[in-house]
Design a protein. Structure first.
Length: 255
């Protein structure tokens, strides 16, 4: 079967350590385009952040940016958009008032106001990053919910390093322990298959968990109770997996 589409990420994939697309990669994509293969850039970056990098490619490119929220051609024509409704964004920001200093609203604008944060935004959060990388696009306002001019591409929250570093460490440790457990349960020869299935389940869980959490909040279940339920679930499944691993050990029989 002939290749019809090449979809490639930017950071950590197409870009090198200097945040550039190498001449070899540009030539390869151009050669594929000449053979009739469509080229798509898939990135979590904002369109206006990714476009200067992609402009160096000598071939037609479709850009899927902001994790799929907007699809554009390099000439700016919008092929698809799925932004966060204005009223939903306001509800999120009002519900998370204690975390407002770490909140960021992203808009589909080419100039200042593309990134919006509050004036009291914490320098330990995303503000430091945007002051360093996107100062010309950053607009700080008195009250973020009332200042939203339109549907944002996304609203996100970033924590201080003191909170994020332990999360990163725990994620790394748990990944290592889970890999060891999978090898023990299923064998090293099936590790790739098991990992693929688990990652697929993780993607499904990531997509459904906000819906479930929102439904539970509507029912009056506080986040603290949801966190306790999740902790109990993790502990229970970990103990169960350990018991399965013990019973799965081969038994030697002496003749």
């Amino acid at each position: 079967m002939s290749i019809r589409l090449i979809a490639v990420d930017l950071d950590g994939t197409l870009l090198n350590s200097n945040l550039e697309i190498s001449p070899a990669n540009r030539r390869a994509l151009a050669a594929a385009s000449e053979q009739g293969v469509r080229i798509a850039i898939i990135t979590g970056r904002r369109y206006h952040s990714a476009k200067p990098l992609v402009d160096t490619l000598p071939c037609p490119v479709t850009m899927v940016t902001s994790n799929g929220a907007i699809i554009r051609r390099l000439d700016g024509k919008v092929l698809h958009r799925n932004f966060l409704p204005h009223d939903v964004a306001v509800q999120v920001l009002e519900a998370a008032i204690d975390y407002r200093p770490y909140a960021v609203a992203i808009f589909d604008k080419a100039d200042r106001g593309q990134v919006m944060m509050q004036q009291n935004a914490s320098h330990d959060g995303p503000l430091r990053w945007y002051l360093k990388t996107a100062r010309e696009y950053l607009l700080q306002v008195q009250d973020l919910p009332t200042a939203l001019p339109e549907d944002p591409i996304q609203v996100m929250f970033g924590g201080a390093p003191a909170f994020l570093v332990p999360i990163g460490i725990s994620a790394g440790v748990s990944s290592t322990l889970l890999t060891a457990l999978w090898v023990e349960l299923y064998g090293a020869d099936r590790l790739a298959e098991v990992r693929a299935r688990i990652e697929g389940a993780n993607v499904l869980a990531s997509g459904t968990s906000p819906i479930v959490m929102g439904y539970l909040i509507d029912l009056g279940v506080p986040l603290s109770a949801q966190a306790a339920i999740c902790l109990f679930y993790v502990l229970a499944t970990s103990l169960l997996a350990r018991r399965v691993a013990v019973y799965a050990q081969p038994v030697s029989v002496e003749s």
